[in-house]
Design a binder for this molecule. Structure first.
Ligand SMILES: C[S@@+](CC[C@H](N)C(=O)[O-])C[C@H]1O[C@@H](n2cnc3c(N)ncnc32)[C@H](O)[C@@H]1O
Length: 462
């Protein structure tokens, strides 16, 4: 069955409910469901600027009006298959989803939590807004999805993130009143994904909507505990169901009187939330935002911005004693850094097995938590030598690298490298970073005119 044929099978109960809710607007909404989905990418401002991307990118990009650095692209262009994607120059993200991190607006130095984070669209956006300052804890309870999240954090070159694989209530025990900003991009019934992903359609039922709402309130319970007084929280979904949106926020506000709804800077494109779609019709729900596919170029989203006006202060935490790192481990890292880098990464080091990390400062004790990535992975200690990690290459700024092999997006050597083949080049002997138009792609080891390939096996192109 073709996608177009499948699209005609939207669940009847979903269509009836949307018709009842939208009235005169329904025809325009229904019509969008039969159109192709909208695609976008967001520039990684840890590595470049929107202006530079526009100059370099060989695709036709049109700005997404509600996010600086967000762009539309159209099939048949496939920026996800371009070497810039491998270098973390942008993230492929549905345009209405780009509104969410923008609504949370983390400021430099903030402690930020992304509680339902895989595959990492919003986390990478939050990391870009933090610009390497503060702390980003990014969490995903499903192990496989947490791994993908961790890979995306690596590709994006994020240095200040802790990636965890936990249930929200377990994190809440460890991080009471800890965060300045929290994002709950909740697992939902995914009605805004229907035209992009027919599977979301197959899984949908009224019962699923109800079950999602129960789980969403549970997740928000944990988020409420982890937010400090004065901190802000964004709740978002990619579904249209009021029970998971206005209804859910209303239930949360009834339970937690210390929360208030903040205005979302809606631009012209966002529509206000609909108080009349929630049981008690609380007027402040109007300040939440609806992104409708028939009113803007995007799949649709719901976004609520809340502030915790009062609450217990964070309990005094036991001082975490830094674990002593064997001096020979740090020595081999330093030796490597002196040879391969122009500056030696400094800060708090952590050794996890043979893996050396630079950890973001101000972390509580992580003992007992499932941690996928405790910070910036620098590399692995092997006997008496240090092998740099892919995360190190992707997190370095070009001027921090001593020896590079500069490639361009269209040079055959770039493809060879991404496929895991050796590359001929004449650079200094030893560790080198191969770059594409100046953006680090990964490590190689140069010897006698040939660069041995160290691009991770799992990421190699076919
Ligand atoms: C809408 S997706 C998140 C998308 C992500 N924020 C992004 O922008 O790439 C919701 C995520 O929540 C996860 N999830 C499922 N149950 C959860 C729970 N009880 N607590 C937290 N996250 C959960 C799902 O596995 C899924 O990865």
């Amino acid at each position: 069955m073709s996608l177009a044929e499948e699209r005609t099978f939207y669940p009847e109960a979903f269509l009836t409910r949307m018709q009842e809710l939208l009235g005169d607007e329904y025809a325009a909404f229904r019509e969008t469901l039969d159109r192709p989905s909208v695609q976008g990418l967001r520039v990684n401002t840890l590595k470049t600027s929107a202006e530079q991307l526009l100059q370099l990118a060989p695709f036709h990009l049109e700005p997404v009006p509600w996010v600086p650095g967000g762009f539309y692209f159209q099939a048949p262009e496939r920026p996800g298959k371009h070497p810039y994607h491998a270098a973390g120059v942008y993230y492929i993200q549905e345009p209405s989803a780009m509104s969410v991190a923008e609504a949370l607006q983390p400021e430099r130095g903030d402690r930020v939590l992304d509680l339902c984070a895989a595959p990492g669209g919003k986390s990478t956006h939050l990391a870009a807004l933090l610009q390497g300052t503060g702390l980003l804890v990014t969490n995903e309870p499903h192990p496989q999805r947490a791994k993908i999240l961790s890979e995306n954090i690596e590709r994006f070159g994020v240095r200040n993130a802790l990636v965890t694989n936990e249930m929200p209530d377990r994190l809440a025990e460890r991080f009471p009143a800890f965060f300045d900003k929290i994002l709950v991009d909740a697992p939902c019934s995914g009605e805004g994904m229907f035209r992009k992903d027919p599977d979301a359609c197959g899984e949908w039922s009224p019962g699923h909507v109800t079950a999602c709402a129960v789980r969403q309130l549970d997740i928000l319970d944990s988020a409420a505990k982890m937010l400090r007084a004065g901190g802000t929280l964004v709740y978002s979904t990619c579904t249209f169901a009021p029970d998971e949106n206005e209804g859910l926020i209303e239930a949360f506000l009834q339970k937690y009187e210390e929360f208030e709804v903040l205005e979302i800077h809606t631009f012209d494109h966002f529509a206000p939330g609909r108080p009349e779609w929630a049981a008690a019709g609380r007027a402040e729900l109007e300040k939440t935002a609806r992104l409708w596919p028939h009113r803007l170029r995007g799949e649709g989203h719901y976004v609520a911005h809340l502030r915790k006006t009062d609450g217990e202060p964070a309990p005094r935490r036991k001082e975490v004693k830094p674990v002593k790192i064997p001096p020979e481990a740090l020595k081999s890292h330093r030796q490597f850094a002196e040879e391969a880098l122009t500056t030696t990464p400094e800060g708090e080091f952590l050794l996890f097995g043979d893996n050396l990390y630079l950890v973001p400062s101000g972390l509580p004790d992580l003992k007992g938590l499932k941690v996928v990535r405790p910070g910036w992975h620098l590399g692995t200690l092997k006997k008496n030598r240090f092998e740099p990690s892919h995360a190190l290459a992707l997190g370095l700024h070009p001027d921090e690298i001593r020896h590079t092999v500069p490639l361009t997006a269209d040079s055959p050597a770039t493809l060879q490298y991404l496929r895991g083949e050796t590359v001929t080049a004449d650079s200094a002997k030893g560790w080198v970073v191969l770059t594409v138009d100046g953006f680090p792609l990964g490590w190689g080891k140069q010897s006698g005119g040939v660069v041995k390939n160290h691009y991770p096996k799992g990421l190699r192109w076919p």
